[in-house]
Ligand binder design. Sequence first.
Ligand SMILES: [Cu+2]
Length: 222
Amino acid sequence: MSRVLVPFMLLAGCDGPLSALNPAGPVAQDVAWLWWAMLAGAGLITLMVGVLVALGFGRPRDIPERRWTIALGLWFSVAVLGAVLAAALWVGERILPRDDGAVQVQAHAFQWGWRFTQPGADGEPVETIDILYIPAGQPVDVLVTSEDVIHAFWVPRLAGKIDAIPGRTNRLRLLADTPGSHDGLCAEFCGLGHSVMRFQLIAYPPGAPPEALIQTQGAPEE
Ligand SMILES: [Cu+2]
């Protein structure tokens, strides 16, 4: 009985607030779809290897070696890996940021936290620490950079991850389908405080920015 439950217990691990398999927006949906495509490809190749091993233990068959080696070993794997590669290129192209006037926010990583900067209600830049506010239902480009060492910006339920590199700005597109709160984290080991380098992303209803973005003086929020 307990053996029957194991797959369900494993799947329960895919449902947490940091699960890329529980997407909350179209970009993350594409990434999750690619994850399943890669799992299917790996499953097919594993199945083929299993079948070949099983056949190897059977009675000898009159099949030319070339057919095993080239038809199955080579072409089957190349076809599966080629399909997965094509899926990855397709997804990669779809989730690229575009110059379409998306909302832009800056994410500045440091040991060990995140400083987010974006225009407030009056146009003045507003800084928030470890909380990123974005409008729901709209594409948002996060301009990611770093103060000291290499970090990585990742909100698993909204998009893939991207490196935060000192002296360089990387752009990542996010889109949250509905208002809500999502967990984000640093996804690149960056020193002793790495494990606590978390942040919160709050997607607010469009047209109803939170108090933190309305303040006029742009004082950093703790
Ligand atoms: Cu880190």
